[in-house]
Design a binder for this molecule. Structure first.
Ligand code: SF4
Ligand code: SF4
Length: 473
């Protein structure tokens, strides 16, 4: 059965029945993309250099001896712009996550997969680092096809070993970069500088991450985008006919046909040279329409522009445009969906900004110890036991003291004095003692001031259990 027969609903869309990297038998079809060249490829190279400098430089930037960014998911410690965030800030992360999702919806609705082609580290490393090295060592598409088909020789072995060695070295570098964002450069250096026998766990992690990246960039390649990446899978619901995508102008290009010398051409501008297919790193034919596999890398735009120049036709037969832009000649317009997403996004960003900047240095929780009542104390006094939890969000140690507002009171910390090191959590108990004469009801509301030295950190509202009848005894 042919592909077109498989797609009974719309035979014209046969290409949606399969992916270009897997053949009918389910085996991998290795893609040999032709080396792109042109305006967009040059622009992407410049952007990628800029992004790679940032990516590799950020872990080394420190503020007061601490990293500017750290994403230690293992210990749930995060540093953003030098500020420490922990599990106590979980709600901020949830909001950032929600804002991120909405941003992706909005961005994709307007600009399609622009992120994939220009910013995504997978594409940058694959297409603008590993692929360039491959071209450099093995040559362009046809050279690579010939080399792979050729019997083993010294020259082939040298090329293959050289390429894989560079790939492995680069994967080690990227693996270490990845870990630097999680555990910090200092910790990473201490792992890397030790012999494997001194730190077998650290060595195993570094090697496993290196192996993972080597597998992705040397073997798995474009399938990370076309099969695994959830963002790619979401395209079908995020894009609409007004989204900007890399698209082929079929009104101008069709009917396609080979260019014959001296021909009085009545066909469309596409000369069916298939260069746009040859350069595509995901192996698709953009002339079929927008497809999930397209990572908007723009290689086909450059390839087709070069052809158009050669045959004396206007550039941009393949271009950034919306489907409505191509079929109806419509200009981009702000749709109600875009307005809704933007409103939500701005609201969330405002809330997140407020939460980050109004964040206190410490998070303090005081709760009456569960299951306890009041205790009678000698001298006409009553005590309650409280649980005290303090999260020090700063990098400096805190010496905590407590005082009850407006009441004569005594506070006894049960255990050692409350001192909390930077980024640490204290959990303990204290006893609050009040005079019976100050007790007016069973549950007396009160406010406890929490100090770090002389600086008031927060005011905590709680209650004090006691029997006012005791003052009559
Ligand atoms: S590169 Fe341009 S002219 Fe050549 S097949 Fe693709 S769309 Fe047609
Ligand atoms: S169709 Fe064009 S833009 Fe899309 S992945 Fe292929 S070459 Fe890149």
């Amino acid at each position: 059965m042919s592909k077109s027969e498989d797609n009974s609903s719309n035979p014209a869309e046969f290409y949606r029945d399969s992916i270009s990297t897997v053949n009918k038998d389910g085996n991998r079809v290795w893609i040999y993309p032709k080396k792109p060249k042109g305006f967009f490829y040059n622009a992407r190279t410049i952007v990628s250099i800029f992004l790679l400098i940032i990516l590799f430089g950020l872990p080394f930037i420190k503020v007061d001896g601490r990293p500017l960014f750290l994403f230690n998911i293992l210990e749930r410690k995060f540093i953003l712009f030098g500020n420490f965030f922990g599990t106590h800030d979980f709600f901020i992360f949830v909001l950032i996550f929600i804002a991120g999702i909405i941003f992706i919806f909005l961005f994709t609705a307007v600009y399609g997969r622009l992120f994939c082609g220009w910013i995504c580290p997978q594409t940058i490393f694959m297409e603008l680092v590993f692929r360039k090295i491959e071209y450099w060592i093995e040559g362009d598409r046809n050279d690579q096809i010939r080399l792979n088909a050729a019997p083993w020789s010294v020259q082939k072995a040298v090329k293959k070993i050289s390429k894989q060695s560079v790939f492995l070295g680069l994967s080690f570098l990227i693996g270490n970069l990845f870990l630097a964002y999680i555990i910090g450069v200092d910790e990473l250096f201490s792992i890397v500088m030790k012999s494997p026998s001194e730190n077998p766990e650290g060595f195993t992690v570094v090697m496993a991450v290196t192996g993972g990246f080597y597998f992705v960039f040397a073997s798995f390649r474009e399938q990370a985008c076309t099969i695994v990446c959830p963002y790619g899978r979401l395209q079908s619901v995020l894009l609409d006919r007004n989204s900007i995508v890399v698209a082929y102008d079929d009104k101008r290009g069709e009917p396609r046909g080979k260019l014959k010398r001296g021909e009085d051409r009545t066909k469309g501008d596409c000369i069916d040279c298939k260069l746009c297919v040859d350069v595509c790193p995901t192996g698709i034919d953009i002339r079929n329409g927008i497809q999930l596999e397209c990572v908007n890398c723009t290689a086909c735009i450059d390839a087709c522009d070069e052809v158009m120049v050669k045959i004396g036709k206007p550039k941009r037969l393949i271009r950034y445009d919306s489907l409505n832009g191509i079929s109806l000649g419509e200009k981009f317009r702000i749709s109600p969906r875009i307005l809704t997403y933007t409103s939500f996004l701005l609201l969330l960003l405002g809330l997140i900004t407020y939460l980050i900047f109004s964040r206190s240095d410490a998070s303090v929780t005081i709760l009456r110890a569960p299951g306890t009542m009041y205790q009678e104390q000698p001298g006409g006094k009553i005590s309650n036991i409280y649980n005290l939890n303090i999260v020090n969000k700063t990098y400096e140690p805190m010496n905590i003291s407590l005082a009850v507002q407006g009441l004569k009171s005594e506070i006894k910390i049960l255990g050692e004095d409350v001192s909390v090191d930077g980024q640490q959590v204290y959990e303990g108990r204290f006893m609050l003692i009040l005079e019976v004469k100050d007790i007016e009801r069973i549950s007396t509301p009160l406010i406890i001031d929490v100090y770090n030295g002389t600086e008031k950190l927060s005011e905590i509202k709680t209650s004090f259990m006691g029997n006012p009848e005791l003052k009559n005894q």
